[in-house]
Design a protein around this ligand. Structure first.
Ligand code: ADP
Ligand code: ZN
Length: 753
């Protein structure tokens, strides 16, 4: 491992030093010697340079950014060939504990270091000095007699009566005078010209002061005695690294409990990071935050403008106290002064990032808390088995909230047996559910129908030739989206217009649409409950944060009677008027599933059920199912969560599966099927043999082709004490990956497709 200087504050006279710079360019092969993306540079300027400095360098004739990881006096590269660092950013250096964190993430996930570093150095405009801007103000000497001035000069002087300072553009736009007048006034001393080139205008102390002031004027949190006790329990762990599992039923007010910790940390001048599993949850969360804190948190997700992100990045890196709330990518911000991390809905599989580099944000957040020596709170009503087993072993502190906040009670859960109450063909709402919904509508309550299927119908089949319409570049059936009039592949996202013609035989008007999606369910709802105000919450229909926030607000305001939603609605929301939740297909997640199918279904159904009756009015939940005796459904109905977790754990233990063991998947993909087959065959020859380590495969992935690439998988199942990363590294080092084959390593996979 590279030496990180023990003393980051040490500055070096750069002259004659060779600087080790790690760049944000992923070096793909783990078997190559430079998986760290580290290169030597000279620093020829007279500037001071230290570990953590962000520097601009040239690599393979391209300008890129990197971080100084160390220094040395000698290098194998001829000095004549060494390039110089182009410039050093004036933002504060990245803290060494953050650099170590990145290193650990790269080691664990096996993602190339340059890729992990890029996640932290994600906003390049933040490192560049801002262009200096000239500001003008009235000269303090006031050496002019107003009545002797020209009309345009008078205009300008008048303008300054209401504006203490202004840029030339602002003055010209608002007074209509010319630039030369402004310049002339500067020349003769009537206006003063000031240059601002500040990367940071505020200092930490004044920022803290303004946050404290805002908090004094905010509403006071009125915690119930159960919440207060929980908050106290968390705060007792809060001055060091510790993991707290905040385990509270839906509606118990977990948010308000962890707000106490956030408050405490802000008052100490620290930074807090709150991760939410879904962007759609941000606006509701922010409203609650504003109410109790009186200031704005920093919001970080893919919908935030780059100019805003630049400012957030700088504040975070400068160690300014504050709160960042966001999606998993916020985990990689360069927090210089982290005081606490909260993972809301820790069980949510949305925390697993499957693109670019593959990591689990909850697990990496725990690492991050360790390196920042701060507490981390995992909040949930349905803990993941991974966290639960750590609770059992005593590694995590367990804090429980058993009741809902205020007058709210837990909703009653009923199952509706779909075999007994089968809806007519092409319909999905059973008779008992129809009457339950009618009752709620009469009492002016809201109803939520949950169906985790986007679009109109999951299958389009030709009634003439029997061919299922499928994607041309994936092994995947096309989903009909009626609102957009498309057939769409949910694997690769490609769509084509819905023409009602078979892709195989070309016959028109022959496509039969099979099965329900949220759009089709909406059709049924319109015809069953005419006059009801219906809204669909699905990522295809609402795809930007502003639209989502607006829809959520209208639901909160009671402007909607029936909400139809995918998993997007199941999590976290608090809709005061919602008292009836119905799960249209309770069996959907259970069929053909992977090792977590039962666990995930239980979590999802508990979450969606948890949206019902969160205020005074008691709520009900109806689950339509053909398998009312399935353990996940029985446990949900009888509120035997812990018993269900125990059963699941038992099954995992017998099956030798996580959380008792560690899985790692290696997926090789190629456009060339023959080359891929030949390569994986070679890998078999070098397959490592270790006691207690099972390596399955190669096997074609269940979705064998995605975006035209063929996919072969290996799956490693090893005891947790075994270093699987090393096994993979050594194995791969034995045979180079050819250029036409890509390798993806997924440690702790959640997706087995
Ligand atoms: P959970 O996240 O545990 O499902 P929430 O945090 O959404 O539950 O809380 C449920 C509701 O109770 C929310 O509307 C929340 O604002 C309210 N609530 C919880 N605690 C308090 C409190 N101490 N004071 C006022 N309102 C609270
Ligand atoms: Zn596709």
């Amino acid at each position: 491992m590279t030496v990180l200087s023990n003393d980051q504050n040490k500055e070096y006279d750069s002259f004659s030093l060779i600087v080790k710079v790690r760049v944000i360019v992923p070096m793909l092969t783990h078997d190559s010697q430079n998986a760290h993306s580290e290169f030597d540079y000279l620093s020829d300027s007279s500037s001071k340079i230290q570990i953590g400095n962000i520097v601009k360098v040239s690599l393979a004739n391209k300008i890129t950014w990197g971080v100084v990881y160390g220094f040395k006096h000698e290098t194998n590269i001829a000095h004549t060939k060494l390039k110089s660092i182009i410039s050093i950013s004036s933002v504060p250096p990245i803290k060494s504990f953050n650099l170590k964190f990145l290193e650990r993430v790269s080691q664990y996930t096996m993602a190339p270091f340059g890729q992990v570093l890029r996640a932290m150095l994600c906003i390049q405009s933040a490192f560049k000095d801002d262009k200096s801007i000239n500001y003008f103000s009235l000269s303090s000497s006031n050496k002019f007699e107003t009545d002797k001035l020209s009309k345009s000069r008078k205009e300008i002087i008048n303008w300054f009566q209401n504006n203490p300072i202004g840029t030339a553009n602002a003055i010209i736009a608002e007074t209509g005078v010319s630039k030369s007048t402004v310049n002339a006034m500067v020349k003769c001393g009537q206006l003063a010209k000031n240059l601002f080139s500040s990367i940071q205008n505020e200092d930490v102390q004044s920022k803290l002061l303004s946050l404290k002031k805002a908090m004094q004027s905010a509403k006071k949190l009125n915690l119930s005695s159960m919440q207060a006790e929980a908050a106290l329990g968390i705060n007792q762990q809060s001055d060091k690294f510790s993991v707290v599992l905040l385990d509270g039923v839906t509606g118990s007010g977990k948010t308000e409990v962890y707000f106490e910790l956030v408050k405490k940390k802000i008052l100490l001048g620290k930074q807090c990071l709150i991760l939410l599993p879904e962007i759609a949850l941000t606006s509701g969360w922010v409203n609650r935050f504003n109410k109790w804190f009186g200031f704005e948190p920093y919001i970080w997700h893919s919908g935030i403008k780059a100019s805003k992100k630049k400012l957030i990045w700088r504040d975070v890196n400068a160690g300014f106290p504050g709160v960042v709330v966001g999606a998993r990518s916020a985990l990689f911000l360069p927090f210089a002064n982290l005081g606490a991390i909260i993972i809301d809905e820790e069980h949510d599989t949305g925390y697993k990032q499957e693109e670019q580099f593959i990591y689990h944000a909850r697990d990496m957040a725990i690492l991050r808390a360790k390196y920042s020596q701060c507490p981390i709170v995992l909040a949930t009503a349905t803990p993941s088995l991974e966290s639960w087993i750590n609770k059992i072993s005593g590694r995590y502190h367990h804090i429980k909230l058993t009741n809902r906040y205020g007058d709210a009670t837990m909703p009653a859960i009923e199952t509706i047996n779909l075999i007994k109450y089968k809806p007519p063909s092409g319909k999905w709402i059973s008779a008992p559910l129809i009457s339950a919904i009618k009752n709620r509508l009469v009492s002016k309550h809201q109803v939520l129908l949950y169906l985790n299927r986007r679009g109109y119908a999951p299958l389009a089949i030709c009634s003439d030739c029997g061919v299922k319409q499928s994607c041309q570049q994936c092994d995947s059936l096309l989903v009909t989206h009626k609102i957009k009039n498309q057939l769409r592949c949910h694997q690769c996202g490609v769509s084509r217009p819905f023409k009602n013609a078979c892709q195989s035989c070309g016959q028109v008007e022959t496509l039969q649409l099979i099965g329900p999606g949220v759009e089709r369910l909406a059709e049924e709802v319109y015809s069953l409950f005419p006059g009801a105000r219906v809204t669909i919450l699905s990522s295809d229909i609402l795809n930007n944060p502003i639209q989502i926030a607006k829809t959520i607000q209208s639901i909160e305001a009671g402007e909607v009677d029936i909400i139809i939603g995918t998993q997007m609605v199941a999590k976290g929301h608090h809709f005061p008027k919602l008292t009836c939740v119905a799960v249209i297909d309770g069996d959907l997640g259970l069929s053909g599933g992977d090792l977590r199918a039962g666990e995930r279904t239980f979590q999802m159904l508990s979450q969606v059920a948890g949206r019902s009756g969160r205020e005074k009015q008691a709520g009900s939940v109806y689950i339509q199912t053909a398998e009312p005796e399935h353990p996940a459904i029985v446990a949900l109905k009888s509120r035997q969560r812990d018993e269900y977790l125990r059963l699941e754990l038992e099954m995992r233990l017998t099956a030798n599966m996580p959380p008792y063991r560690r899985l790692a998947a290696i997926i090789y993909t190629s456009l060339n099927e023959v080359a891929l087959a030949a390569y994986v065959k070679k890998l078999i020859v070098f397959k490592p043999q270790f006691e207690e380590v099972d390596i399955y495969g190669p096997a074609p992935a269940p979705i064998y082709q995605i975006k035209k690439r063929y996919r072969m998988r290996f799956l490693i199942n090893a005891p947790k004490s075994v270093n699987v990363q090393k096994i993979i590294r050594d194995w791969n080092a034995s045979i180079r990956v050819p250029h036409n084959i890509k390798r993806q390593i997924d440690i702790d996979p959640y997706n087995f497709m």
